[in-house]
Every structure is written in C-alpha cells, then in structure tokens.
Design a protein around this ligand. Structure first.
Ligand SMILES: Nc1ncnc2c1ncn2[C@@H]1O[C@H](COP(=O)(O)OP(=O)(O)OP(=O)(O)O)[C@@H](O)[C@H]1O
Ligand SMILES: [Mg+2]
Length: 255
C-alpha cells in the first residue's frame, strides 16, 4: 500500500466537557473516494473542520503526505492541497460564477492579499485557465457570466465545489454536497464527483445512502464522535452494529 495521503492519530475535539470527536485513527489512500457517514450529531462536520484547519484539534495529530499539519492554519492547508467545499458561505454573490472561481484560483496562486487588486483587474492567463477548468469539471460553463447569487440551489452547491477545485486540491472534502437537491441534480452531482476521483482524493459526507453505497470505495462510520466501523459499502451495509447506531435515533438514512 502507498503512504496514506491523509492520516490522523488519536484525533479529538472537545467543546468544554463535550467530546465532539475523540480517538480518531483514520487514514485514506491517494485516489480513494471515502465516505464519512453517521447519524446526525455524530461529529462528521467537526472531523472535516479539523482536517481543513477550520477548527483546531484539542487532541491527537493530522498528517498530510507524512507531514504533521495539526497546527497549520486553514489557508496554509489549502496551499498544501487540502480544500473543503463550504456550503455557500464561500461564494461572493455579487460576482459572476467565473469570477468566483478566478478569485479562488488567485488565492491559490498568489495569496489572499492580492484579492482586492485582482477584483479590479481584467484577465490573468493561468488563473483564467484554472477557473475555466473548474467550471468545466462542474458543468457550469453555461453560467460563467451569471451572478453567483442568482444561481439555483443545485448550481450554487456545484459552484461551491468549483471554487474548491480552483484551489487545485490534492484532497477535496465535501460536506453534504447533494443536500436539498432534486433527484436529477443528485445524479448530475454524483457523476461530477465520480469524475473528480480521477484527479484527486475525495472525502465525502452524505446522508443519501443510495449515493454513498454506489459511489464509495470505502466508508468510515462515525458515531458519538468515534469511528464505529470501516469497510467496503457491502461490509458496512451488512454490519449489525452500524444498523443499530442508525436505528437508534436517526430516521433519514437507514442502510
Ligand atoms: N462549536 C461548537 N460548540 C459546541 N458544540 C458543538 C460545536 N460544533 C459542534 N458541536 C456539537 O458536536 C456534535 C457533533 O456535531 P457535528 O456538526 O460535527 O455533527 P454532524 O455529524 O456533522 O451532524 P449532521 O449530520 O447533523 O450534520 C453535536 O452534538 C454538536 O452539537
Ligand atoms: Mg454535519
């Protein structure tokens, strides 16, 4: 086996006395599509926040390609190649779809300080190329000149992924990318995510079990902040402990 692209040892996050994540020993191989599932409140988003540097761990360590990044700030992790799609909070609603991707590409290539300068500038070849590629991969080219705030819910969620892709990640963290989407939009996004795995490692949180079971190479189940089980989709589906965790208080995503 290759060296894991991402690995955690004893990773934990406490909010006061409450352990939202604890003792998480996790690793993912390059090119893998790994789903992270679990009942509401299991600690999935907290885990992604720790990996992306959005919040800081209170215990344990995170390694990216062998380097310890536990205390590295979020933007420095993006620069190393870890991107998280942040719902719609990352989108500038008054900028066009293309400009949103250009801003993300620029933040990657030149650093955040130059953003203001760039917003007034016109063209910048490498940044344009990266931004256009991000739109192609997410099938948003037709909306390049649309104001981001005017997109439909599904297209806005895909723009969020496009923005993450425009930072040229090696590993992409997607937190509920199809939440609230219509069936057609779910299928479109499912295809898009499958396409991305040829280029990068993908970690995916989702409650849509049909999608998860069809798309994942392997699945990590979180429950009460800890890893409850790991395995292939077939193994997880057959795991009685996992079934009990879901039946005990979660109604959305029966296995
Ligand atoms: N900033 C915070 N302060 C206090 N408690 C928090 C904070 N963030 C999360 N929690 C708690 O940690 C637990 C895990 O939350 P988290 O959002 O990680 O769950 P989740 O698995 O993503 O759930 P969902 O499926 O509903 O999105 C929850 O009980 C939540 O209330
Ligand atoms: Mg969550």
């Amino acid at each position: 086996m290759d060296e894991p692209i991402l690995r955690t040892t004893g990773l934990g996050k406490r909010f006061g006395a409450f352990a939202a994540n604890s003792a998480i020993d996790f690793s993912v191989q390059p090119g893998e599509l790994r789903a992270v599932i679990g009942p509401n409140g299991a600690g999935k988003t907290t885990f992604f926040n720790l990996l992306s540097g959005f919040t800081e761990a209170t215990e344990g360590d995170i390694f990216f390609k062998g380097d310890r990044i536990t205390r590295l700030a979020g933007p420095r992790r993006v620069a190393r190649g870890i991107a998280k799609a942040f719902q719609t909070a990352n989108v500038y609603p008054d900028e066009t779809v293309l400009q949103n991707c250009r801003l993300a590409a620029l933040a990657h290539t030149q650093g955040l300080f130059s953003l203001e300068l760039f917003r007034r500038s016109t063209r910048l070849a490498p940044v344009d190329r990266i931004a256009e590629e991000a739109l192609e991969l997410t099938d948003l080219q037709a909306f390049a000149d649309t104001r981001a705030g005017d997109l439909s819910h599904g297209d806005k969620k895909r723009l969020d992924i496009a923005i993450a892709i425009a930072t040229k990640p090696q590993i992409l963290l997607l937190d509920e990318p199809v939440a609230g989407m219509s069936i057609e939009e779910v299928h479109k996004t499912d295809r898009l995510i499958r396409g991305l795995t040829k280029r990068m490692t993908v970690l995916l949180i989702e409650h849509d079990m049909t999608m998860i079971m069809g798309i994942s190479d392997s699945i990590t189940v979180l429950h009460q902040g800890k890893i409850l089980a790991e395995g292939t989709p077939a193994e997880i589906r057959a795991n009685t402990t996992v079934q009990e965790a879901y039946l005990g208080g979660h109604t959305e995503g029966t296995l």
